[in-house]
Design a protein around this ligand. Structure first.
Ligand SMILES: NC(=O)c1ccc[n+]([C@@H]2O[C@H](COP(=O)([O-])OP(=O)(O)OC[C@H]3O[C@@H](n4cnc5c(N)ncnc54)[C@H](O)[C@@H]3O)[C@@H](O)[C@H]2O)c1
Length: 315
């Protein structure tokens, strides 16, 4: 069945790849984005696509884009640099923005898909993290503007399911990387890529022994699409369970870029999680989903994009 779909945050990194995937299935897509952390150029390649429409909309204000069959709620600053700078807008988009997007779904009898995050687990005391784990979040720390907004989004999504019978999906996205990420968003992969390609030192916080799992964007979008098509209404982790230390990741970036940069060490920021790895048993069993792209392969696939983005940045 061909649908008319709303993607909030559709000009962002993940939102724009999601628009591509939805269009690829033959649906019509409305991307609603206020361009706070996204860029019109992420959807520039879709400008002549008749099934695609971009609307510059702040979802924290009530909005309507007409009848839709599915709402994908991806609007929110996502990188620590962005949500630290835009703390209040992050809280607002996770709360008021999510309510407004849920209202669009309720009004039109549409399904609702919430882009949540592994940050809901905070600095986890359980490894790897299963969806049943309730998390260890500091509610007043600097990261709470994001973590608590997302936890609130999940609560609101489940409440709309309980009270209004909205058909909902919740994905908990773990660290995802790839083309169209912002160069300066402070996340590990773009940071290392930028520093390596510029021949600057690669900044590792702490001793680099903290671990992360990195999911390539095509794997993440595949998992999201599978969840969207499933009937699963409880949260599902989508992320790559292969764990790397930050130091390993820095070394892989040096290998892929052929850079001669050195690795430099700086103090750990407050509340930086020491370890984060998804348990993807639910995604495997419910969705038949498995990530396919290993870190080194994903870094190679991203290299051209980061080179171009860097060249533009320097102009
Ligand atoms: N990339 C990841 O690794 C990751 C991990 C976990 C969760 N997520 C979630 O996925 C979603 C997309 O993340 P991303 O990495 O693509 O980030 P991004 O910053 O590239 O995209 C977010 C988009 O939302 C838009 N936006 C922000 N506030 C808005 C508002 N009030 N109204 C309309 N649009 C608004 C931004 O302009 C941007 O285009 C976010 O909800 C994020 O929390 C991403």
């Amino acid at each position: 069945m061909k649908m008319r779909v709303l993607v909030t945050g559709g000009a962002g990194f993940l939102g724009s790849h999601l628009c591509d995937a939805l269009l690829g299935e033959g649906h019509s897509v409305v991307a609603a984005d206020n361009l706070l952390t996204g860029r019109a150029r992420n959807v520039h390649h879709l400008r002549n696509e008749s099934r695609f429409e971009f609307r510059q909309v702040d979802v924290t204000e009530p909005f309507d884009v007409g009848k839709v069959d599915y709402v994908f709620n991806f609007a929110s600053p996502a990188s620590p640099v962005d949500y630290m700078v835009h703390g209040i807008p992050t809280l607002k988009v996770g709360s008021v923005g999510t309510f407004n997007a849920l209202e669009v779904a309720r009004r039109h009898g549409a399904k609702f898909f919430m882009a949540s995050t592994s940050e809901c687990y905070g600095d986890p005391l359980e490894h790897p993290q299963k969806e049943s784990y309730w998390g260890n979040v500091n509610p007043i720390g600097p990261r709470s503007v994001y973590d608590e907004a997302k936890r609130f989004s999940e609560a609101a999504t489940m409440a709309y399911r309980r009270y209004f019978k909205v058909d909902v999906r919740i994905v908990r996205i773990f660290n995802t990387y790839g083309p169209r990420m912002q160069l300066n968003d402070g996340r590990v992969v773009p940071n290392f890529m930028k520093q390596a390609l510029r021949g600057e030192g690669l900044t590792v916080y702490g001793d680099g022994s903290q671990t992360r799992s990195f999911c390539y964007v095509s794997d993440e979008i595949d998992g999201i699409m599978r969840l969207a098509h499933s009937s699963e209404q409880e949260p599902v982790n989508i992320g790559n369970p292969n764990e790397f230390t930050i130091l390993d990741c820095a070394k892989q970036v040096l290998a892929v870029t052929g850079s001669k940069s050195r690795i430099t060490f700086e103090p750990l920021p407050q509340d930086d999680p020491k370890q984060r790895r998804p348990d993807i048993t639910r995604a495997r069993t419910l969705l038949g989903w498995e990530p396919k792209i290993y870190l080194q392969a994903g870094l190679k696939l991203s290299l051209d994009y980061f080179r171009e983005a860097l060249a533009e940045d320097q102009h």
